[in-house]
Design a binder for this molecule. Sequence first.
Ligand SMILES: Cc1cc2nc3c(=O)[nH]c(=O)nc-3n(C[C@H](O)[C@H](O)[C@H](O)COP(=O)(O)O)c2cc1C
Length: 499
Amino acid sequence: MSRLAVDLQKTAGWGAKLLYFSTLIFAALGIWMHPYFHIGSGIFGFLSLVNLYYKHVQTEDILLRNFGLLAQMRYILESIGPELRQYFYASDTEERPFNRNERSEVYKKAENVDSTTSFGSQLEFDHHEIKLRHSMFPILKEERQKYSLTFGEERGLKNKFEITKPFMISAMSFGSLGENAVRSLSKGAALGGIPINTGEGGLSPYHLSGGGDVIFQLGTAKFGCRNSDGSLNEEKFKEIAANKQVRMIEIKFSQGAKPGKGGLLPKEKITKEISEIRGVPMDQDIVSPPRHIECDTTVNTVKFIAKVQSLANDKPVGIKLTLGNEKEFREMILEMKKQDVLPDYMDIDGSEGGTGAAPKSFIDSVGIPLLVALPRVQKILTEEGVRDKMKLVCSGKLINAAKQLTAMAYGADAIYTARGFMLALGCIQALQCNKGTCPVGITTHDPLLQHGLVVEKKAERIKNYIFNMDHDFHELLAATGARTVQDLSMDKLYIPDHA
Ligand SMILES: Cc1cc2nc3c(=O)[nH]c(=O)nc-3n(C[C@H](O)[C@H](O)[C@H](O)COP(=O)(O)O)c2cc1C
């Protein structure tokens, strides 16, 4: 036995003896001096029993069996490790996915307080960072042009959709987010003049509640417009597409945090409300397949896009995907050309994207990161002569204007962010989105936790974040010497060799 194990066992042994001894002492004091001492004997007696149970009864946990309560201490410390690191040990530039500096910039923008900083950058200037190249001739305020992007103009759609800010709220379903969070986002988006994406959980009344523009996402389970076999229910889809607030449709093929992975909605989580919004029964688990059942080949995938476009009430239809197999991607573009079917936009979600819940193996290991994927997608679309026939949107940790501008210099026309808006709501990065225990009431349906999230106040924060980020964006754009985002290109970036 190793020295450490012997020492630990000795400590555990002494600890146990101390517990038993204290129980006896307190019991004796309780009998002979004052009954209050029985509180102590009760506590120590209980801990002694727990210790005996761990060491001699339970057989599942090795550490508990070997070291009893001492091992339990280790588990407690381990479980509060993330909080200890976040509050006490991690530096301002250390945490993932977003460090304290990045988060606090969003908080300040959402609170509408001064977000300038002083003395100097806290980043390492170690040649790994992509930087924006400023121009000798920055654009003056009066010379700046307003941002505008119109989806659906290439196909000459009757119901084109124009955005006037370069970013939108990325897909997050009612289900992964609670009611108050969705209401706040919806209202804040309407106040800020940007659209909100429903995510794959169907069109909820909460997404519509703010009265603004909505992008309806058609996920692989077709929540909100599915037949019982999971295929598209055309009538229900047409009803959704006809909704005035629904301005675009997005077919989701994959998502950065879990490309190639579907999901399961266990029946225990299906409340009456969710069953109505998603159009699923309450008494059985519902599978979200890893792909649309209609899309088993490239030919059928493009036919499916065409079918959705034909039912979309002449509104723009985009697709969302994470780049994986580039050969398949090019084949899809070739097939689109052959069938003369192009989406109105393509959203490339980098593998660094977020999720409500996904296996760690997928989050960490599947899909291509955004700034690697974007130039490849650009190249294929340009080589195949279709880049100017659709808009390119992208997402993946683009929570501030500098990152958004960088992605646009890489070729994107507009940006989506999900977690930027979660942070603006007040997310503290507790990393509990998959547990229903979100302490700030965002990714939970628990009424007690949602109580703190007051819709009016949070909608205001969303609006502030939108306006302040837009302001930053245009200041940075002007510094590069670009009048409009169309003037952006890779030349505006300093990209170190090892970036
Ligand atoms: C809580 C949560 C729920 C999400 N739900 C969806 C979804 O329903 N459909 C989808 O395509 N992406 C979903 N996403 C991914 C985001 O829409 C986005 O693509 C990704 O997080 C990258 O953007 P970000 O880095 O700005 O968060 C979700 C992300 C989060 C954090």
